[in-house]
Design a protein around this ligand. Structure first.
Ligand code: IPE
Ligand code: IPE
Ligand code: MG
Length: 258
């Protein structure tokens, strides 16, 4: 089912009117999945799906800046994605470097602060270099914090946090009795950031694939069959409007008026 450009625009406008800009999620997390299937459906090599996926990320970043969503975390490469054929892994790393160099000026001009989250030291040198440069250049930007999850795994993140916590305890910097949820959070890559309010998963899988395991404790999930390369402003608006219809109870009771 495809929509003409004009229908799509009208749909976006209608959704835009439904959106309450005072109740936006403070942090949106996205599992950018379905690139391979998108390419396969078109008889293209998988890398073309990844290339188009980078365009979707570009659209999302712009939309977050425009609507005023302050944190966006995008899952780009998991600790399990190394299991893929070396050729695909290499192309993904090349694309990452291209993305970082091509987008840097625009990200910076739009007030975006870019950060890599994950086991960054495990990435190829070139990717680390591009990332460090992008992080340094955008470090003082405040409009949107864009976390790119690279060589990221929720379990691996917890392991590194536990190691550092244990090390600080051994050194006497922290008393084990003082360890609480906020201290654990502060040892994660997302230290100082709000937890995601909304988790978006394109391409229709009903799983979290080792993404932000601690942080999504009370995130609202929105899953769509739309593949990531086809994911645009319309889909994002749909997710935001649906998010605003959800009743978030955080384990409490719903608050009824009257
Ligand atoms: C997501 O798309 C990108 C990465 C995991 C790097 P996939 O490559 O997983 O696409 P599908 O799931 O095979 O369609
Ligand atoms: C999740 O997608 C990881 C990223 C999008 C980077 P995968 O395609 O790797 O996840 P599974 O294998 O379907 O769970
Ligand atoms: Mg996938």
């Amino acid at each position: 089912m495809s929509m003409s450009g004009r229908d799509e625009e009208r749909c976006e406008q209608e959704l835009g009117q439904l959106l309450d800009r005072s109740r936006l999620p403070q942090h949106v997390a996205i599992i950018m999945d379905g690139n391979g299937r998108w390419a396969q459906q078109r008889g293209l090599p998988r890398v073309e799906g990844h290339r188009q996926g980078a365009e979707s990320l570009r659209t999302m970043v712009k939309a977050c800046v425009e609507y005023g969503v302050p944190y966006l975390t995008a899952y780009a490469f998991s600790t399990e994605n190394w299991k893929r054929p070396p050729d695909e892994v290499n192309k993904l790393m090349q694309l990452l470097v291209e993305y970082l160099y091509n987008e840097l000026d625009e990200l910076h001009a739009n007030g975006v602060r870019l950060r890599g989250i994950g086991d960054i030291k495990g990435l190829p040198e070139q990717a680390q270099k591009a990332l460090t440069e992008a992080e340094r250049k955008t470090a003082r930007n405040k409009r949107l914090c864009l976390n790119l999850a690279l060589n990221y795994g929720g379990r691996s993140e917890l392991v590194q946090a536990v190691r550092r916590l244990a090390d600080d305890a051994v050194k006497g910097k922290i008393n084990p009795d003082d360890i609480d949820e906020s201290i654990v959070s502060s040892y994660l890559y997302t230290s100082g950031m709000p937890d995601p309010d909304l988790l978006i998963r394109p391409a229709g899988e009903f799983r979290v694939s080792n993404f932000l395991l601690w942080q999504i404790a009370y995130a609202e999930f929105w899953i769509t069959p739309v593949l990531w390369p086809d994911f645009g402003r319309k889909e994002f608006l749909e997710a935001l409007v649906e998010y605003q219809r959800r009743e978030r109870r955080f384990g409490g009771l719903n608050v009824c008026s009257g």
